[in-house]
Design a protein around this ligand. Structure first.
Ligand code: OAD
Length: 249
């Protein structure tokens, strides 16, 4: 990492792409791997529109359960490090595949949520929004206004990404000098395209993961370790490098 510090410290445009691994240390299960959500449940059974229409009560209960898990979870040191990192760069975009809202709760500002946000819901009939904890206290999956079905505002399998969030992610990636790819298996498209967009114009990829992924061979720097430890260290090293560089001027 020392070798790359000059570039990491002087970059003007920085993007971070995060996945479920960054929230693992907050106690939120990832999707793949032996303990992952998709090892116990099949995405086709719960995470798509047809499953919701077939059994809205079951799918809604599952998301209610996941909201309970995410609400008791707290942002960890990796989320906090990214809040600090945002303050260090003039153009900083945090692109997340996570729906758990932990980046916003930690205090990150410029966040593109590619797969939606589990705290938001809307009625398929009248479009009324049902956001935050009040929804679980006061409502079920049926809209009190029109009787329509209320669904979570997240991207299910087979659905398009929210176009404004995707556009933000694409533009930021096309300008990024450095992209950190943190805690994602990097196998789900179109999010997995973004590191390639960075590489295609000569940007640098820094991967942070506890294990190798399909992206590792393309990464300029692949750091194996937990997101919280590595990202805290990266931010500290950038600050230190800048401090020393300023002093030696
Ligand atoms: P995955 O479960 O596919 O991958 C999680 C990654 O995090 C793996 O590569 C782990 O090695 C890594 N990891 C686990 N703990 C870590 C830690 N403490 N520090 C660093 N890395 C760690 O999750 P995603 O890549 O986010 O989409 O999955 C992408 C999308 O697939 C999700 O957004 C979701 C899912 O289907 C939708 O639901 C639309």
């Amino acid at each position: 990492m020392e070798r790359f510090l000059p570039v990491l410290s002087s970059a003007k445009n920085v993007v971070v792409l995060t996945g479920a691994g960054i929230s693992a240390e907050s106690g939120i299960p990832t999707f793949r791997g032996t303990d992952g959500l998709w090892s116990k449940l099949k995405p086709e059974e719960l995470a798509n529109f047809d499953a919701f229409l077939r059994n809205p009560e079951l799918v809604s209960e599952w998301y209610k359960h996941r909201r309970e898990v995410t609400r008791v979870a707290k942002p960890n040191a990796a989320h906090t490090a990214l809040v600090e990192m945002e303050k260090l760069f003039s153009h900083f975009t945090l692109v997340t595949q996570n729906i758990d809202n932990l980046h916003r709760r930690a205090g990150s500002q410029n966040v593109a949520e590619l797969h939606g946000n589990i705290e938001r819901n809307y009625c398929l009939g009248c479009g009324k929004r049902y956001d935050g904890e009040d929804f679980d206290r006061n409502n079920s999956f049926q809209c009190p206004e029109c009787g329509g079905l209320i669904r979570p505002d997240i991207v299910w399998f087979g659905e398009m990404l929210p176009s404004d969030q995707w556009r933000t992610a694409e533009v930021a990636s096309s300008e990024a000098e450095v992209m950190y790819v943190v805690g994602t298996s990097a196998v789900v498209y179109p999010a997995a395209e973004l590191p390639m967009t960075v590489k295609s114009h000569g940007g640098m990829i820094v991967e942070v993961n506890i294990e190798e992924t399909p992206l590792s061979e393309f990464a300029d720097l692949s750091i194996q370790g937990s997101a919280s430890e590595v990202m805290t260290e990266v931010v500290e090293k950038i600050k230190e490098y800048r401090r020393v560089a300023k002093e030696s001027k």
